[in-house]
Design a protein around this ligand. Structure first.
Ligand SMILES: [Zn+2]
Length: 591
């Protein structure tokens, strides 16, 4: 770990982009800001909080002075401690230590140096001290928010993301909120009658989670050279978990199961002093540590009471003892290990849409493998996806299309709308590289699939595709054989059809994967194209409502589709080939 002062100086220098003189002056400004803030607080209460092991940033939060992180980018712990120490008249560390242990046997004081700062804050479990366990279970301490932001920046850059803005998501164990509640209760019991407690203490308090965000947002903006934006698609996620706390919750539950006398429920506490509980403290709890406890114990989630119930019990134990001034009742759990920190940087999906045409009767729409054997020679999904994915440098992709055609049906005309959803793209392709993707697919030698009007669309591309999908019309060309010669009357009969309703029971060939239903569909129109030199073969052009089973409409599917070409003409009819010639949707119809 870098020396704290050096790191702070480097941070100040980087933030201000100026020389040493400025560093010194900002350090002076910072300590002045800090002492101004601290001066208005009751010294004995600050001392008390330090003695029970609350970190300095949490003290700033509790006194509603969170905005200090804006002006004090480095918010140097030692500088703060020194200021507090001076103002409190705490010259000797030993004196403080003795005092602390007398007042609260549970307090765990740092034995290193002359700092008042606890090793691990009893409230935030070290999160606001920038102490955590990394993915190799090593304990890491960053000197200041800037130092922490440097570490995050390195990780973001390792992922080689295109960075045009970023958002920040922080998840912390719910026990942090509980610890804060317990500390508040401890303070309430001692200082409830004092004016500062009634007016100021925890009245305007930022949650630990928001305080952390506030502390590192500015340094991250500087280091990543971009702006924070709540709705940015590039998400930086910090997840703190704590298994030790989770185990304690579980132990508590087991104890509670064997001891019915312990009262539970927050309601009594809330009822006593509802105005003293600012809403922010209770609504930001995560149930994360309960979940971790669940994994550790291998028990069902429902076996656990919530961690809120756990803290309520702890709190009630305290508040029930109002007659007795024995403050040793107060327990904020001792925690010896900091939280584990998991870092994730990812981009919300990038959507690339267009229309595809399929010229082969041996290419499936999506990847189709049965018992390790590929059906068809390729798939539309893979041909398009494999060309887009490397350009976006994404983790993987999903293929969506407006409807589907069978493997042996060609997709012609204006093509079918599709959407490729790229997961965690490191790069959003420019208009030029999208055109390049299009050229590449269209110049493939096998000429199985072509694409057009390909473009990057927002997530609205999704609704565009779904919009009007049920109402849309589709046009087909079918090569039909009938068991007798085609007469002129047949041509008239078929071409006179206008918006004819038909009933289709789920086709036999798809019954294994679709539920048996009867659907009404509309045949909008039909046209017959004769084939020269053949009386039993003809081309049937037809326009139908989306979702009509065309093959079944031709042969009748043993009476399951009615009427059908066979039943209308009064003979056997078979379909030999089918092409989709148009999908009537506006989606991706133009460049
Ligand atoms: Zn803290």
């Amino acid at each position: 770990m870098a020396n704290e002062t050096e790191a702070a100086a480097a941070a100040a220098q980087a933030i201000n982009g100026q020389g040493e003189a400025h560093v010194i002056s900002s350090a002076v400004d910072e300590s002045k800001l800090v002492s101004d803030a601290v001066r208005s607080w009751p010294p004995h209460a600050v001392k008390d909080l330090l003695s029970i092991g609350v970190c300095i940033r949490c003290i700033f939060r509790l006194f509603g002075a969170s905005e200090i992180v804006h002006s004090c980018a480095t918010l140097l712990t030692s500088a703060l401690s020194a200021t507090v120490e001076k103002l409190m008249g705490l010259e000797g560390h030993m004196e403080h230590k003795d005092h602390g242990s007398k007042e609260n046997p549970c307090s765990q004081q740092s034995s290193e140096g002359s700092e008042l700062e606890p090793k691990l804050c009893k409230i935030c479990l070290g999160i606001l001290q920038f102490v955590y366990r990394d993915n190799r279970e090593m304990v890491v301490k960053r000197a200041c928010p800037y130092d922490f932001a440097v570490f995050i920046t390195e990780l973001v850059k390792q992922e080689r993301h295109q960075i045009d803005s970023f958002s920040l998501e922080v998840s912390i164990p719910s026990s942090v909120v509980e610890n804060e509640q317990a500390v508040w209760l401890y303070m309430k019991r001692k200082y409830d009658s004092e004016l500062w407690f009634q007016e100021k203490f925890r009245a305007d308090c930022l949650s630990a989670k928001d305080f952390l965000k506030l502390s590192i947002t500015n340094p991250l903006e500087t280091l990543l050279d971009t702006k924070y934006n709540l709705s940015s698609p590039l998400r930086i996620r910090l997840t703190y978990t704590h298994s030790e706390v989770a185990i304690k919750v579980q132990k508590h539950v087991e104890k509670k199961e064997g001891n019915k006398r312990i009262k539970t429920g927050m309601s009594s506490v809330l009822h006593q002093q509802p105005h003293r509980l600012p809403s922010c403290h209770l609504n930001c709890a995560d149930d994360m540590d309960t979940r971790v406890g669940n994994e550790i114990a291998g028990r069902e989630y429902s076996d656990f009471v919530t961690s809120e119930e756990y803290v309520s019990t702890r709190l009630c134990n305290v508040s029930d003892n109002n007659d007795s001034p024995d403050l040793s009742q107060f327990e904020v759990e001792k925690v010896s290990q900091p939280c584990s920190l998991t870092f994730l940087c990812h981009r919300t999906p990038v959507y690339i849409g267009g229309r595809y045409l399929k010229y082969s009767r041996n290419v499936s729409q999506t990847r189709w493998i049965i018992d390790d054997e590929r059906m068809g020679e390729a798939s539309v999904e893979e041909i398009i996806g494999s060309n887009i994915l490397p350009i976006c440098r994404g983790d993987n992709y999903k293929f969506h299309a407006a409807g589907r055609e069978d493997i042996d049906v060609r997709m012609l005309g204006s093509g079918r709308p599709f959407l490729i959803e790229v997961q965690n793209a490191r790069r959003v392709p420019s208009e030029m590289s999208v055109k390049e993707i299009e050229r590449k697919i269209n110049s493939m030698e096998n000429n199985l699939v072509k694409v057009k009007n390909v473009k990057v669309v927002g997530s609205q591309g999704w609704s565009l595709m779904r919009e009007g999908e049920a109402e849309k019309q589709k046009q087909y060309a079918a090569l039909v054989w009938i068991s007798r010669s085609l007469e002129d009357d047949d041509l008239k009969t078929l071409s006179s059809v206008m918006d004819m309703p038909i009933l289709q029971r789920t086709p036999i060939r798809v019954l294994h994967r679709r539920s048996p239903l009867e659907r009404e569909k509309i045949i909008h129109w039909m046209k017959v194209e004769k084939i020269a030199g053949s009386s039993q073969y003809f081309l049937l052009h037809l326009c139908t409502q989306a979702g009509t089973y065309i093959k079944e409409f031709v042969h009748g599917d043993l009476g399951r589709t009615h009427p059908s070409i066979g039943s209308i003409l009064g003979c056997r009819a078979e379909i030999l080939q089918l092409d989709v010639t148009d999908v009537k949707m506006d989606c991706f119809l133009t460049e």
